[in-house]
Design a binder for this molecule. Structure first.
Ligand SMILES: [Fe+2]
Ligand SMILES: [Fe+2]
Length: 412
């Protein structure tokens, strides 16, 4: 078997195995090593390596690989929108690992779309739409172009909430796939972007909000210098922070007016409910459970739930708290227009030391002042945003002015 075919089959083997074993598992590391070695060997001859998947045919550079004619993976990849994979330079092992994780994340999301069964820790790998699209040839371009439609992610989170509502266990694999995919979208180009969604319908609030808090929490975790694994763990915690809302009656959740004290009391149970749901369904998600429990607790002990013995909240909860409030205030709600970003940042600064941990608040404001203009505001989730245009483009979010004298915000 020639080298290009050996690399591709080892790539497929790695993806299959990665779907079955968690990060750090020897089986998983082994197949990734093998694929990585095959790529390195392939690149000995020429560092620029490209594959095109055209249904039944695989093209290596400009030469069809006869021995892979009819290879099922070629069809799967092509159908999923991965027409081309290209390596421009030597790839580091951790970059390769990230690349594979991103492929797998998108494949998992697509499977959810297709309504395929999603076995846990077993069964076949799921395939589907991939975020890494065709890479235009050009010497200056070394990274993949990510098709930044967050449609699959949003649908997956909606599905995830439905699963939880019907009492199923938390689909951790899919939640992690959303996080990986968002992490990939944030780093699709040289400069980081914050792919934040704009709310279209009020009843989609929890989905949109969960995705945004996930993105912001990962951004802030990265900003404060945490490593990749922590960043993703904070992302999962951000994504799931309001999962307890699946237990709140929808008429309260989507109520257009102010909540009555009784309704507020029910609403305020969502942190406890969330922590319970997470603990019951996934033992590996301690951090997410803690964050779900603590994300409305203020620095000065205010907020809810009330701690019998006040203590400091986890760093992740403090980060998610500020991201949570930011996204809630930046969003149009039935009872309040979205606040413009500077007003929200002022609010965060004002409440540093009372509601927010001062250092976290300060860093958040600094990060947003720098990154907010790089926001990919996606009013239409089906819209594909050209990542290369983003770092220069100002936010396109249409932000209605806050109503004068608007009441204190209700936060999610
Ligand atoms: Fe929230
Ligand atoms: Fe909340």
């Amino acid at each position: 078997m020639s080298d290009p075919a050996r690399f591709l089959t080892s790539l497929a083997q790695a993806l299959s195995t990665m779907a079955l074993y968690p990060e750090g598992h020897p089986a998983r590391e082994g197949v990734v090593d093998t694929a990585f070695a095959a790529l390195a060997e392939l690149q000995l001859a020429d560092r620029r390596v490209s594959f095109s998947f055209l249904g039944d045919d695989v093209v290596f550079g400009d030469r069809p690989l006869r021995q892979l004619r009819g290879w099922d993976w070629s069809n799967r990849l092509a159908e999923a929108g991965i027409q081309r994979i290209e390596f421009e330079t030597e790839v580091a092992r951790d970059e390769f690992d990230r690349f594979l994780s991103q492929l797998l994340a998108k494949l998992t999301l697509f499977a959810v779309q297709q309504g395929e069964p999603t076995p846990k820790g077993g069964g076949p790998i799921r395939f589907g739409q991939l975020g890494i699209r065709e890479m235009e040839a050009g010497p200056e371009l070394t990274t993949a172009t990510i098709a930044l439609s967050l449609h699959e992610e949003a649908e997956t989170v909606e599905w995830l909430h439905e699963e939880m509502q019907s009492g199923h266990n938390l689909p951790l694999h899919e939640a992690e796939a959303v996080v990986r995919s968002l992490a990939a979208a944030m780093h699709g180009d040289q400069a980081i972007v914050l792919p934040l969604l704009e709310l279209r319908r009020y009843d989609e609030y929890t989905t949109t909000h969960s995705l945004n808090v996930c993105v912001l929490a990962m951004g802030l975790a990265e900003w404060v210098g945490l490593g990749a694994r922590d960043i993703r763990a904070f992302g999962v915690a951000g994504l799931l922070h309001d999962i307890g809302k699946v237990k709140i009656p929808t008429d309260i959740l989507n109520k257009a007016g102010r909540l009555t004290p009784e309704e507020r009391e029910i609403m305020n149970r969502h942190p406890v409910e969330g922590a319970r749901i997470i603990m019951e369904s996934e033992e590996n998600l301690d951090l997410a459970a803690v964050v779900a429990y603590e994300h409305h607790i203020m620095q000065n002990g205010g907020g809810y739930p009330k701690l019998e013995y006040p203590r400091e909240c986890h760093q992740a909860s403090k980060l998610v708290h500020v991201c949570d409030v930011y996204d809630a205030l930046r969003t149009n709600r039935p009872y309040r227009a979205a606040w413009p970003a500077p007003k929200v940042l002022d609010y965060v600064e004002e409440r540093a030391g009372t509601e927010f941990e001062p250092d976290v608040a300060r860093r958040f404001v600094k990060m947003m002042s720098e990154w907010e203009p790089r926001q990919a505001a996606l009013a239409d989730q089906t819209e594909v945003v050209d990542m290369h245009a983003l770092p220069l483009a100002p936010s396109t979010a249409a932000v209605p002015a806050a109503a004068p004298g608007s009441a204190p915000p209700a936060q999610g």
